[in-house]
Design a protein. Structure first.
Length: 305
């Protein structure tokens, strides 16, 4: 296939591009940093410059492409949610997706598939209720952001493109995302759960996140929202217990929720509330998880040489 990727130099995008190339696909990466993209992704990936804001020559890369994978967007948890940060989080998703879908609509030979990132923040915070792809939208900034983001993506369905909304949980690997931040206090013998500790954590090993995308490329019956989470969500207490076991460290020093709110403001609610999300569509469609349980995933990540 010819696959066009945005956000391809990030935590998920880099190994995704490598996996697609290894499968024999032709990958074109739309990027703001062409030289960096060549360095990070290698010569096998064609890097085309775009700014995510304006139309231009980059649109030609979409002509006749088999699929577009849209991973663009500023990181959600990298900074306190000030008003300015919220505007950046919103603009980097809404404007970029609108631009991309608009360019697709103008192609005489349109891509057949658009896989676009979203998040389980769509569901808001929840109790023990299991949330599959039919669950309603929740409340809060992330729920509103995901709704608007997905609405821009779904415009592609109006001109015949199969659209997949990849609602992603916490992606686990040792070289990025939330896990390194969680590992550090454990290595210092100061690790423990964020209180109350009973909140659910819906996670996925990065290999499975990439595997889901690869599977979706050849699963023509799958469209709409797809929960990119492992089948076995865990409570915060259990997550930290398994993390401590994998690192041979105790999990004894709980982090008070009020301290997170003081430090991070509204962003702190991501850590103190959770969702019990289930990948119903992936399982029903036949995707087989490499790491269905946390007890398998964390040791595999943390014992790498």
């Amino acid at each position: 296939m010819h696959i066009v990727v945005t956000g391809g130099t990030g935590f998920i995008g880099r190994p995704l591009c490598a996996a697609l190339v290894q499968e024999g696909h032709r990958v074109t990466l739309l990027t703001r940093r062409k030289e960096e993209a060549h360095r990070l992704c290698g010569a096998a990936v064609t890097a085309v410059e775009w700014d995510g804001a304006e139309t231009g020559a980059w649109e030609e890369t979409l002509e006749g492409a088999d699929a577009v994978i849209n991973l663009a967007g500023a990181p959600i948890a990298d900074a306190r949610w000030t008003d300015a940060r919220k505007r950046l989080l919103t603009l980097s998703r809404i404007r970029t997706t609108r631009l991309l879908v608009g360019a697709m609509s103008r192609r005489s030979s349109k891509p057949r598939l658009l896989i676009s990132a979203s998040g389980i923040g769509y569901y808001g915070s929840s109790d023990d209720h299991i949330l599959d792809e039919t669950a309603p939208r929740g409340q809060g900034f992330l729920a509103d952001l995901c709704l608007a983001w997905e609405a821009e993506t779904l415009r592609a369905a109006e001109f015949g493109v199969r659209v997949v909304l990849l609602r992603t949980g916490m992606v686990l690997e040792q070289d990025g995302g939330a896990l390194p931040k969680m590992v550090l206090p454990f290595r210092l013998f100061a690790g423990g759960p964020i209180l109350p500790g009973t909140q659910w954590m819906s996670w996925i090993h990065r290999r499975d996140h990439i595997g889901l995308i690869q599977w979706l490329l050849t699963a023509p019956s799958i469209a709409g929202p797809v929960n990119a989470v492992a089948p076995a969500a865990v409570r915060m207490n259990r997550f930290c217990e398994v993390l401590g076991q994998a690192l041979h460290r105790p999990s004894w020093l709980p982090v008070p929720g009020f301290a997170l709110h003081l430090a991070l403001g509204e962003l702190g609610t991501l850590m103190t509330t959770g969702q019990r999300v289930h990948p119903a569509k992936a399982l029903a469609g036949g995707y087989v998880f490499h790491y269905p349980t946390l007890e398998a995933a964390l040791p595999a990540i943390l014992t790498k040489g």
